[in-house]
Write a new protein. Structure first.
Length: 367
């Protein structure tokens, strides 16, 4: 397979429109890397530059140590799977899988072997004589992936391949792609706007915003140690809570204070937040790190606030509770055993060991 090295790559369109700015990523052999971010963040443009479908304005792209900036897409030994499947409707599944191999004049015996091998891996052997219109969405996506597999490329590229599938099929296909990566031991680069997909699929995740990389990390590090407010808010569902307030000193302790909120900051965080004493700061905490005090009876008052339930959203095994606390809004994820009702006052306990603090101007993480 292959390493992919992206060095200070930018894409600038006419009119000085910057789609990608100074992107650098080192992707090692057999790694599954996911580019994730909101629409327009430059992730698909980056993928298309790796594929050779977009020219590089600045910087260099290497595949297995070879500079490929000027190498045509067909000579880069990569395979790309698109969102819209891009199957030939008049051809059978077999012919769709075999088409690229026949163009390259592979012997018929080798074509048969590769097509049947890919069909077996993807569980579509009994669909080989059908036309794309006779297949479900999930089956069409398998054929699109199979067309990439038969080529045995150095690198697999996926551009939001599951976007057209319903929720259940997306989960199923995520599992299939994980199995496929484990089986093929291939280098895979995957683009999505869905952070759940990113967290479940990626060995490492590249978070992008406005054409710029915000953070590159494994899923756990990304979730637990976001480098800025954007990453903390984008990764995780439901998203992190961000509370505005001030750091107030009292009797040798530091507190996060705002209207209706008074929370003691743990000693381990004092050094970092001390420069913000008596100044505005943003505190982030995930919905699962705030608890209904009914289920945390021993919690200290220093870590507890009282807020009124604005909305309760049952999600099956859990409930999302929405609160207003002064100028701050709050989402809390609780068990479906919680009995909190709309307009009811609830005591909420914050796990202050799990909080993050962000500079209110730069939005960079302080802790």
């Amino acid at each position: 397979m292959a390493n992919v090295t992206i060095k200070k790559v930018s894409k600038i369109y006419s009119g000085d429109i910057v789609a990608v700015k100074d992107v650098s990523i080192e992707i090692i052999d057999r790694e599954f890397v996911v580019l994730v971010g909101p629409s327009g963040c430059g992730k698909s443009t980056t993928l298309r530059m790796i594929a050779g479908l977009e020219t590089v304005s600045e910087g260099e792209i290497y595949i297995n140590g070879q500079l490929v900036n000027e190498v045509p897409a067909k000579n880069r030994d990569i395979a790309m799977v698109f969102q819209n499947y891009a199957l030939y409707p008049h051809m059978s599944v077999y012919d769709n899988l075999a088409f690229g191999l026949k163009l390259r004049h592979f012997p018929q015996v080798e074509v048969d072997r590769r097509v049947n091998e890919a069909a077996e891996i993807l569980g579509i052997t009994d669909r080989l004589q059908r036309k794309p219109k006779e297949l479900s969405g999930g089956e069409r996506q398998r054929v699109a992936v199979g067309r990439a597999i038969v080529r045995k490329p150095k690198v697999f590229l996926f551009d939001e391949p599951l976007s057209n599938l319903d929720a259940k099929l997306r989960v199923q296909m995520r599992m299939e792609l994980q199995k496929l990566h484990n089986r093929l031991q291939a280098t895979m680069i995957y683009v999505t706007h869905d952070q759940v997909e990113a967290l479940t699929l990626g060995d490492r995740i590249v978070v992008m915003k406005d054409g710029v990389i915000q953070q590159i990390a494994d899923p756990v590090s990304l979730y637990e140690s976001p480098v800025n407010k954007f990453v903390a808010g984008f990764i995780g569902s439901p998203p992190s809570n961000f509370l505005k307030g001030k750091i107030i000193p009292r009797a040798g302790e530091l507190f996060f204070r705002d209207e209706g909120i008074r929370l003691k900051i743990l000693k381990q965080h004092h050094d970092k937040v001390h420069p913000y004493v008596n100044q505005e700061i943003v505190m982030g905490i995930r919905p699962e790190d705030v608890y209904d005090k009914l289920f945390a009876q021993a919690a200290s008052e220093d870590f507890t606030i009282t807020a009124t339930v604005d909305l309760a959203e049952p999600m099956g095994s859990e409930i999302y509770l929405y609160f207003s606390a002064g100028r701050n809004d709050l989402i809390v994820r609780v068990s479906n055993q919680d009995t909190a009702q709309v307009n009811q006052d609830v005591q909420l306990v914050f796990d202050m060991s799990k909080v993050h603090f962000f500079d209110p101007k730069t939005e960079v993480a302080i802790l």
